[in-house]
Design a protein around this ligand. Sequence first.
Ligand code: PAF
Length: 297
Amino acid sequence: MITVLSFNEVRATSAGRIGLAPTMGALHDGHLALFRAARSGSDTVVASIFVNPKQFGPDDDLDRYPRDLERDQTLAESAGVDVLFVPPVGEMYPASPRTQVSLGGLTEHFEGARRPGHFEGVALVVAKLLIGIRPTRAYFGRKDAQQLSVVQQLSDDLSIPVEIVPVSTVREPDGLALSSRNQFLSGDERAAAVALSRGLFAAASEVEGGERDGARLEQLVKQELAGHSSLQVEYVGLADSATASTLAGLTTDTFLAVAARIGKTRLIDNVAFSVGDDSVIVDRGELLTGPSVLEEA
Ligand code: PAF
């Protein structure tokens, strides 16, 4: 694996089918799942690490965001990355960009409503990565379900010739979705945090039993969260996977999303549903079976 700092170097060192996995570093098993998925479908696997200032609001945790390049390099190499792109801010934004990506109704609800400007910042940097690196496929985690809707829409609208590949959420054995922010949780907060996935799993089981009503599913998640006074719920809601608009009941491709604050840390999670005429496929994510890379580090 080589580490490079410029778009020119990425293009000079990548050949054949390029699989790109964009990240902000602080790698965990969820990122490694992106790299492994890219490995199996590509000749060159490119991973980027860039803590993108344009997607952090004034009250977000940009300064607190964990950074550890040496550790990330070891993990990326172990998961099959060929080219690690770590652009300095001046490479990504040589001048303050005037071009903005406007996402219309895609950002009206859920994360978009709570984090003004966040997805416009994500869309700008992802557009730059897709155009500058020209991957055949680009891999994004389902945990950021609304981000996935945004990235798919962006590549369709701008006719960027790339296949966007969703990768299932990776979870701790008790169900907590992996996130770089989990390391901020105290012992008590960590114990409460598992309520997010418990609530979502309870709702997913009802869906498998035939439930399609959004209010009922949301209620199940809220019930689980209500048992923990340290959790401040921001939203629980059912969304259309393509448009990230709110839904009253399950349609073809839907996700059930939750966001909550625990102390200073904000966590999000979701489960995804693909509903056919008389069947439903539920993507709850994958539980880690072995030790996580965080425990090994
Ligand atoms: O999901 C993330 O880590 C970021 O939003 C991304 C896609 C790397 C863009 O900065």
